[in-house]
Design a binder for this molecule. Structure first.
Ligand SMILES: C[S@@+](CC[C@H](N)C(=O)[O-])C[C@H]1O[C@@H](n2cnc3c(N)ncnc32)[C@H](O)[C@@H]1O
Length: 201
């Protein structure tokens, strides 16, 4: 799908993302992951700032997203939590940072959107300092045969409607990228994955 169209799809969803209504499990998984962030943090595809309540107060966050509407919600949320965040409106797949620019790189529910998720995993490994933290909370293809069947059938429609692929094999992408995985937990019939990792050594 063209990027402009994808941006419009996410612009339209910003109000929904900004309401903070999400299952309590998801909030718990965000908290578990984000409490481990430290130092200079890059948050990819920040959306409406759903992760902001869970960061330690010591971190310095750079947050990127290509949807102005999402960023407007995220800015409001950052000010509600009295957080200083540097926001960048950009297509993160086209962006470059100097190698080793960040201590922690965070992505929650964004690897469903990228055109080339493997390339993004390569980029974040370059942008993260050696021994730094890569914290992921991502959704993808279930290991349950009935659920994955439904995901495959619905994928074309849902991608058109909400801009998210439902059929990505997140753990395979992570393993193929060579990331050093310290801990990984899967939930909801393996549709959701939490990953605590570092760049490959
Ligand atoms: C499913 S939402 C998740 C938002 C947020 N990370 C969260 O956990 O609630 C996906 C977000 O990714 C953003 N996005 C998707 N592709 C992107 C890209 N290539 N560059 C920047 N932002 C992107 C969308 O605008 C949207 O805000």
């Amino acid at each position: 799908m063209e990027k402009e169209r994808l941006v419009r799809i996410f612009d339209k969803q910003a109000a929904r993302y900004g309401t903070n209504r999400e299952p309590s499990n998801l909030r718990k998984w965000r908290r578990e992951l984000l409490s481990q962030a430290e130092g200079e943090v890059l948050e990819l595809a920040v959306g409406a700032g759903a992760n902001f309540p869970y960061y330690p107060s010591s971190v310095k966050i750079t947050a990127a997203d290509f949807s102005e509407e999402m960023l407007a919600k995220a800015k409001k949320k950052a000010s509600n939590f009295n957080m200083k965040v540097e926001f960048i409106c950009t297509d993160i797949e086209e962006m470059e940072f100097e190698p080793h620019s960040f201590d922690t790189i965070v992505s929650t529910l964004s690897f469903c959107c990228y055109e080339n998720p493997s390339e993004m995993l390569g980029k974040i490994q370059r942008w993260c300092r050696p021994g730094g933290k890569i914290l992921l909370l991502e959704h993808g293809l279930s290991t349950n045969v009935f659920v994955s069947g439904a995901q495959r059938v619905l994928n074309p429609l849902l991608y058109k409607m909400i801009g998210c692929h439902q059929t990505r094999d997140i753990l395979r992408l992570v393993n193929d990228s060579g990331l050093t995985v310290h801990r990984a937990e899967s939930h909801w019939m393996s549709m959701i994955h939490q990953v605590w990792a570092s760049p490959r050594t």
